[in-house]
Design a protein around this ligand. Structure first.
Ligand code: NI
Length: 259
């Protein structure tokens, strides 16, 4: 069986409280060999630390989501820094800008986005970007901070092919998940057709963004095969080629060995 790398999931979410262990025990049978559990708040950073210390096949990312940057201050930012230094914390994230919810004010979002980018540079780790309805500001901020100096994935990419081109030109990856299977995701299907396969990172964002035909139900890493099927169809390549290439992409991005 080809190996699957789910590059972005949230298994500390309470949606998994009832059957987390059973689910983890079944992952290998589904081909899921590696998962990166991404944190979005100080609390989730602590939960992610527990997961990566307990589960050999789970790696982590430490960061505070734009929605939650209002909880950050100079003291508790040390908690983010310390967690990010853990050897199984393979990235800083998810960090960025979210102008859809605007739950932290925009100046606060920008300030802590920059601080966390600096942290990634200092620790020499790749970055997972969350950007919603903030295409222009995200791009400007990243370019001002050093652009191609960073290794980044734009998680749950939701913008146009033009914006995709800007990121691809800086050497970045785009995170593709369940949304690509939705009938109305015309723009994202275009992006996937247009971009090179070797820049796609497979992701679930579990428990969210469940692919068709399970849309609306809880998502988990085993359902990533519906995303793989749609990518194969859009790019007119085999399912095996999508699996092999995206496995290599994820290992390269997170700097893990490929076996
Ligand atoms: Ni996420």
């Amino acid at each position: 069986m080809k190996k699957i790398f789910d590059t972005h999931a949230h298994y500390d979410d309470e949606a998994f409280d009832a059957d987390r262990e059973e689910l983890f025990a079944s992952m290998r049978d589904q081909g899921v060999e590696r998962i990166v559990n991404v944190s979005a708040s100080l609390h989730e950073i602590e939960e992610t630390l527990k997961l990566i210390e307990r589960c050999p096949f789970i790696y982590g990312a430490a960061g505070v989501h734009p929605d939650d940057t209002k909880e950050l201050n100079e003291e508790n930012f040390e908690q983010v820094r310390r967690a990010a230094m853990h050897e199984k914390m393979v990235a800083v994230g998810e960090i960025g800008l979210d102008y859809y919810w605007d739950s932290s004010d925009r100046e606060t979002q920008k300030k802590w986005f920059l601080r966390q980018l600096e942290l990634a540079r200092e620790l020499d780790k790749p970055v997972i970007i969350h950007s919603r309805e903030a295409a222009q500001d995200t791009l400007e901020l990243i370019k001002a901070a050093g652009g191609p100096d960073f290794s980044m994935v734009i998680h749950c990419f939701s913008y146009s092919t033009e914006i995709a081109g800007e990121y691809l030109n800086m050497g970045y990856y785009l995170g593709i998940g369940g949304v690509v299977t939705y009938k109305n995701a015309r723009k994202l299907k275009e992006v996937v057709s247009f971009m090179p396969l070797d820049r796609i990172l497979l992701e679930t964002d579990a428990p969210y963004l469940t692919p068709v035909p399970f849309r609306g139900k809880r998502n988990s890493s085993d359902k990533i095969r519906f995303v793989v099927e749609e990518i194969a169809r859009l790019k007119d390549v085999s399912i095996d080629e999508v699996l092999e290439t995206t496995w290599d992409n994820a290992c390269r991005f997170y700097r893990l060995n490929e076996d």
